[in-house]
Design a protein around this ligand. Structure first.
Ligand SMILES: *Cc1c(COP(=O)(O)O)cnc(C)c1O
Length: 366
């Protein structure tokens, strides 16, 4: 079986270093908000090219805290509208509704799977305050166009960077540096993943940085004195130490993902399969390699029978989820079609050439 994602293999090169780190940590006796978190925050903000980084407990918390902080700063108010792509992981939408903000779904572009910047303007109302864009599957959104629509309509831009660690545009600017703030997830399967849950916010706004720094730790600047109604969402010290180790190889791993994607794009050739567009490899770090097929479920069965791991990202769009019955009447046909036809095949920096040969051969025989 060629697994969809081999987390064991990805982490195996770090096993000794991780064990050593754990042992040192046990001896140090310091587990929450120590030098490890500070160091990772410094490393990651430098890597992303932002003034600041704040480590938090998950990607969802990262997005949640950005919106909460903007409400506290009175940049937005509860009830305001947030433009969000209709095809994304549920977390993007949860962060909006959990802050009593209103998601306004905008359809993606078939070529990029990302929010279609041309469709944003029509959805802007007097209550619209934010564009929350998602660099889905690892591909950067068209940030020039999004930032220009935002500027014309006086909107703030936030990035959901949970799938795009390290992706950069032609000028070298990285995911996480294009808006007022960005949320990252370090869930184990992400391009930069830890050994549990973890997340971070990047921003170059000092105001946002300071508020979020306190919000993640009970809203407290000085221990036992609380300035804001905060939450407990701290990046674990141990996870931060693991992340600083793995961050050093993120560019190498993303480069390997790009190589694998190039092989798939050049060598998969089957009229029943639609490949993702490869307009510019620079801006894509291939968190996922997603095909489309009219007979998706049949193709998935065929691949699994031939021992190739697959997953669907995602089977149900947010507006059709049971939890969001209030949105079920919306008609978002492009998203709905993508969710019906999409299939992800193995994409993992540790995939070897012979496995890639096998996957391509099997797909071309379908
Ligand atoms: C993974 C992911 C999240 C949430 O991250 P968690 O760490 O699981 O909370 C948010 N948005 C997108 C697009 C994701 O892929």
């Amino acid at each position: 079986m060629i697994s969809f994602l081999d987390i064991n293999k990805i982490n195996s090169e770090y096993k000794q270093l991780f064990s050593q780190t754990l042992n040192n940590q046990i001896d140090s006796g310091w587990f929450i908000l120590g030098d490890g978190v500070k160091q990772f925050e410094k490393d990651f903000s430098e890597y992303c090219g932002t003034g600041y980084c704040i480590g938090v407990a998950s990607g969802l918390d990262a997005l949640n805290l950005i919106l909460r902080a903007l409400i506290i700063l009175k940049k937005i108010s509860e009830g305001d509208e947030v433009i969000v792509p209709s095809n994304t992981y549920i977390a993007t939408v949860l962060a909006i509704t959990q802050n009593n903000l209103k998601p306004v779904f905008v359809e993606p572009d078939y070529e990029t799977y990302n929010i279609d910047p041309k469709k944003i303007k029509d959805k802007v109302s007097s209550r619209t305050k934010i564009i929350l864009c998602v660099h889905l599957y690892g591909r950067l959104c068209d940030m020039k166009q999004i930032n220009s629509v935002a500027k014309q309509n006086n909107l703030l831009v936030i990035e959901d960077s949970a799938q795009s660690h390290g992706a950069k545009d032609q000028s070298g600017s990285r995911s996480g540096s294009f808006g007022v703030a960005a949320g990252f997830s370090f869930y184990p399967g992400k391009n930069l993943g830890c050994l549990g849950d973890g997340g971070a916010i990047t921003t170059s706004s000092k105001d946002l940085y300071e508020i979020i720094l306190y919000l993640r730790n009970y809203g407290s600047k000085i221990k036992y004195y609380n300035e804001y109604i905060g939450i407990n969402s701290r990046l674990d010290e141990l996870q931060a130490l693991f992340l600083s180790i793995k961050l050093k190889n993120l560019d190498r791993d993303n480069q390997r993902r790009i190589q694998i994607a190039e092989r798939y794009l050049n060598e998969i050739n089957n009229s029943k399969i639609i490949l993702p567009k490869n307009h510019n490899n620079e801006d894509h770090v291939w968190h996922l390699f997603t095909l489309r097929s009219e007979n998706r479920d049949d193709l998935m069965g065929y691949l699994n029978k031939n021992k190739v791991g697959t997953m669907i990202h995602y089977p149900v769009p947010p507006h059709k989820q049971k939890a969001y019955s209030e949105f079920s009447n919306l008609s978002l046909p492009i998203s709905e079609n993508i969710h019906k036809t999409t299939l992800s095949i193995p994409m993992d920096p540790t995939l070897d050439e012979s496995s890639i040969d096998t996957i391509i051969k099997i797909l071309n025989k379908y």
